[in-house]
Design a protein around this ligand. Structure first.
Ligand code: ZN
Length: 175
């Protein structure tokens, strides 16, 4: 119940700060467990792929980001599985209750994981930025921002593996 209230407050805050309506997905995001599966659409339209985006992807490759990210994902998944087994056997907890607790514990866990992913995105941005003229990077991020559905930092940290383009601009001091 606390979670539902918290999520409603979060959605209202988001609507006010970004001046957008929530719609159908917003309702689904409020329901516990269901909200673990609801996707968050990121773009209004597909951005043009330019040099900055290409170099950003190259940065991910060079820095072995995918491997690191996937390893962490597997570890977290094992941790979750361990949790389910532990709670069901050790405390004779019904399975649904174990899942519900896992869902609650996973909320801050997810935010930490997203923070880790965000850091990788910033690193890839820095990699691309070093090889380009400032103006090109600036234009690329401006384009990404224009294509993106705007979100606040808190909202994005809870729901997204990518920082918003606006945050990335700030990080590179392009704003
Ligand atoms: Zn990236």
């Amino acid at each position: 119940m606390v979670e539902v209230l918290g999520r409603i407050v979060l959605e209202v805050r988001e609507c006010r700060l970004t001046q957008q309506g929530g719609g159908f997905w917003m309702v689904l995001r409020i329901i516990p467990l269901v909200n673990d599966l609801v996707p968050l659409p990121e773009n209004r339209r597909e951005p043009v792929v330019g040099n900055f985006v290409k170099l950003h992807e190259e940065g991910h490759q060079k820095l072995h980001h995918a491997t690191l990210r996937n390893t962490l994902k597997v570890l977290l998944l094992l941790l979750a599985l361990g949790w389910i087994v532990f709670v069901t056997f050790q405390f004779a907890c019904p399975l649904w209750e174990a899942f519900l607790w896992l869902h609650v514990v996973a909320i801050p866990g997810r935010m930490l994981f997203h923070g880790f992913c965000w850091n990788q995105e910033y690193e890839a941005d820095t990699y691309a930025f070093r090889q380009l003229e400032k103006k090109i990077a600036k234009n690329a991020l401006r384009e990404l921002t224009a294509c993106e559905i705007p979100h606040t930092k808190l909202f994005a940290l809870i729901y997204r593996e990518h920082p918003t383009a606006a945050l990335r601009q700030k990080k590179l001091h392009l704003k």
